[in-house]
Design a binder for this molecule. Structure first.
Ligand SMILES: Cc1cc2nc3c(=O)[nH]c(=O)nc-3n(C[C@H](O)[C@H](O)[C@H](O)COP(=O)(O)OP(=O)(O)OC[C@H]3O[C@@H](n4cnc5c(N)ncnc54)[C@H](O)[C@@H]3O)c2cc1C
Length: 244
């Protein structure tokens, strides 16, 4: 159930719709523009009432409410140590993860977005960071992520909507996974790949790969973006396929 217009708020509407279609095909009931008004318990079951016409009450065994994550800086009382927090309670840092208190750094979710495990270990002051480059910075890094549904959604860089909001001159390429040999070979041809490129520089600005191994394919596109390769280099490249 989602109060907003679509699942995966923040993704392009076509990507979110395709994800919803796939999940529905797999038997998952999805309600958008629907708000739970109340949850009541009857024995081992829970029932929800919805704020949407023609939506009947639904019975659940285990309701889970997912409303984002909140840092526990209040119970830790970090301000007693003089640490500055933002209006959501995350510890404020600069691009080197330094807090406002000299010699104190904040890593992981406690320093605010991006809230991903893969954004934890590569930070300059992490004890397991092999190089411990004290001058390393998180500024300007891509924030790739994978939504681990089946098939996966891999995402990096700008969405089409973000690129249009920035008034960039863009070109958008979209290809269904049913055109992809490996998807056909593995009998999972749902989804599509979408790339947003700068019309002038030809550099890749962002990509969404909803399909088999979507997270891995996205990572390859991320490396091309890190190297500032124009999309034409990938367009002309050969990648191995397994002949059917
Ligand atoms: C449902 C869910 C799915 C996720 N899926 C992904 C994913 O697929 N990929 C991905 O990259 N990220 C994912 N994440 C995010 C990822 O889990 C976090 O980014 C990562 O765990 C952050 O690491 P952390 O060490 O900062 O915090 P945590 O992993 O939250 O570790 C903080 C630790 O501190 C302990 N602690 C808290 N307060 C105190 C205290 N007062 N004293 C002592 N110990 C304390 C906690 O018990 C906890 O063990 C997911 C998160 C959630 C909730």
């Amino acid at each position: 159930m989602q109060a907003g217009e679509q699942v995966l708020k923040g993704e392009d509407a076509d990507v979110a719709q395709e994800v919803a279609t796939i999940l529905r095909q797999d038997g998952i009931k999805i309600l958008v523009k629907t708000k739970a008004e109340s949850v009541s318990r009857k024995g081992t079951r829970y029932a929800s009432r919805f704020a949407r016409e023609n939506v009947p009450s639904i019975q659940w065994f285990a309701p889970a409410r997912c409303r984002g994550r909140t840092p526990n800086t209040d119970t830790l009382d970090v301000t007693a140590a003089g640490l500055a927090i933002d209006d959501r309670g995350f510890i404020k840092t600069d691009s080197k993860l330094a807090t406002n208190v000299p010699g104190v750094y904040a890593m992981g979710d406690i320093k605010g977005v991006p809230l991903y495990a893969h954004f934890l270990r590569r930070f300059p002051h992490h004890p397991r960071q092999p190089t411990r480059k004290r001058d390393a910075s998180i500024a300007g890094r891509f924030v790739p992520y994978t939504v681990f549904i089946d098939p996966q959604l891999g995402r990096v860089g700008l969405t089409e909507s973000q690129a249009r909001e920035q008034k960039r001159r863009i070109r958008v390429a979209k290809m269904p996974m049913s055109y992809v040999a490996r998807a056909l070979e593995t009998d999972e041809s749902r989804g599509f790949m979408k790339a947003i490129v700068d019309a002038d520089s030809k550099q890749i600005l962002g990509a969404a790969v909803l399909g088999v191994d979507g997270g891995e394919i996205m990572s390859q596109i991320q490396i091309a973006m890190m190297g500032k390769l124009p999309y034409t280099v990938l367009q002309d490249a050969s990648f191995p396929i397994q002949p059917c």
